[in-house]
Design a protein around this ligand. Structure first.
Ligand SMILES: Nc1nc2c(ncn2[C@@H]2O[C@H](COP(=O)(O)OP(=O)(O)OP(=O)(O)O)[C@@H](O)[C@H]2O)c(=O)[nH]1
Ligand SMILES: [Mg+2]
Length: 92
């Protein structure tokens, strides 16, 4: 989960930090399916930064979700994504 309210540069650098931490902890984790959640999109600046990020993040598009923990917007979609990703993993 990334706070989208700090602007596009902050979103991309936070994502890089998370990726590097995972890589250091266990490289195998980077190969697993993941969902990137861009949070706080109830704030207009966060919403527009999150939209920009969608085009710039190298990740399967359907597993990048914009949402707001404050209003609940996007949480249904997030749950749908989690259920699908976990379901795919269990089939393997
Ligand atoms: N507007 C808005 N505020 C949120 C949302 N989610 C969390 N916050 C608020 O953001 C503030 C900081 O929380 P977060 O940034 O989520 O948590 P954090 O990064 O661990 O804490 P900080 O170091 O304070 O940023 C709190 O006041 C939360 O209530 C959201 O979706 N929208
Ligand atoms: Mg914060």
């Amino acid at each position: 989960m990334i706070d989208a309210s700090g602007g596009i540069d902050s979103i991309l650098s936070d994502l890089l930090v998370i990726t590097r931490e995972l890589e250091k902890y266990d490289k195998e984790m980077l190969g697993r399916p993941s969902i990137i959640l861009l949070n706080k999109v109830d704030l207009p600046e966060a919403r527009s930064s999150a939209k920009m990020a969608l085009d710039q993040i190298e990740h399967p598009r359907k597993n990048v979700v914009t949402a707001s923990a404050a209003t609940g917007e996007g949480i249904e979609r997030l749950l749908d994504r989690i259920i699908e990703v976990m379901g795919d993993e269990r089939k393997k």
